[in-house]
Design a protein around this ligand. Structure first.
Ligand SMILES: C[S@@+](CC[C@H](N)C(=O)[O-])C[C@H]1O[C@@H](n2cnc3c(N)ncnc32)[C@H](O)[C@@H]1O
Length: 260
């Protein structure tokens, strides 16, 4: 179910207002990103040396910088001017040659020549876009023949409308209760967990697996690989908070290519 009061401009403003709090969270609180879905997405990107890469919904550039660190010629775009300002500041402090632009991912194909990238990425950004189908179609227009789109999203199953851990008397997690999966829609999400220093709100456009599949097909793309990253024993030993991510999938990675 969607809240009719939530429009795209509210979604963009939320991200812009959250820029400093999000930056702090990404750099200091988001261990799922640093230990799990970030490395998995980078791994899925493969060899990046000398590749032209476009990072959609790049935020303050956390993933963009990692792409550049692997030798990619990378451009990050985001519709939030404040997040792009943060990204440019990181680039100025430690230059890697990453470029940034304030752009709506849904219209990004109007700003670059067709087929000018080897790879288009989206690190946890497509489910935060009001028109992810348009962004995917734009990405398709921008990848060279044989190019790929590699993106991560929150896992549709565990990102269901109702989600709560059932716990024992000691507070240990027994099982994850999921309900109202098919009520996917647009909602305001409060980021007020313990690992978020300064709470903020953003808009999320929840989708079922079937809806993602349909969007991908409508954009003229096919899924060539799916991954559900989960931590190995060594990662859990280092960061015990990630143990729950070895029980249920929190993230989903898509590798996409243009349909024949
Ligand atoms: C969860 S954040 C992820 C940011 C970044 N990729 C990262 O991993 O840190 C989602 C990002 O998507 C951006 N976004 C949402 N809709 C967008 C759109 N239509 N065009 C460009 N960026 C968008 C937001 O501004 C936000 O920076």
């Amino acid at each position: 179910m969607s809240d009719p009061m939530i429009d795209a401009e509210l979604a963009r403003t939320c991200w812009d207002d959250a820029a400093l709090a999000w930056d702090d969270f990404v750099e200091h609180g988001d261990y799922y990103r640093s230990e799990l879905h970030g490395p998995a997405l980078l791994d899925a990107c493969g060899d990046l040396a000398g590749r032209d890469v476009l990072d959609l919904g790049c935020g303050q550039g956390w993933f963009t910088r990692r792409l550049a660190g692997r030798g990619a010629r990378v451009t990050g775009v985001d519709w939030s001017p404040r997040l792009i300002e943060r990204a440019r500041r990181y680039e100025a402090d430690a230059p890697q040659g990453a470029r940034y632009a304030v752009l709506d991912a849904a219209q990004v194909d109007a700003h670059f020549a067709p087929a000018s990238f080897d790879l288009v990425t989206g690190c946890m950004s497509l489910m935060d876009m009001p028109a992810p189908g348009a962004a995917l179609a734009a990405a398709r227009a921008l990848v060279r023949p044989g190019g790929r789109i590699v993106m991560s999203v929150t896992h549709p199953v565990t990102e269901a409308t109702y989600r709560a851990w059932e716990r024992d008397a000691q507070g240990r997690k027994l099982s994850l209760r999921i309900d109202r999966y098919f009520e996917a829609g647009t909602t305001l999400v409060d980021w007020n967990m313990a690992r978020v220093a300064t709470p903020f709100r953003t808009v999320v456009y929840r989708k079922t697996l079937e809806q993602w599949s349909a969007l991908i097909e409508e954009a003229g793309l096919v899924i060539t690989r799916l991954r559900e990253p989960r931590p190995d024993a060594e990662t859990i030993a280092r960061r015990i908070e990630l143990a729950d991510a070895a029980r249920v999938p929190f993230f989903l990675l898509f590798e996409l290519r243009a349909a024949a």
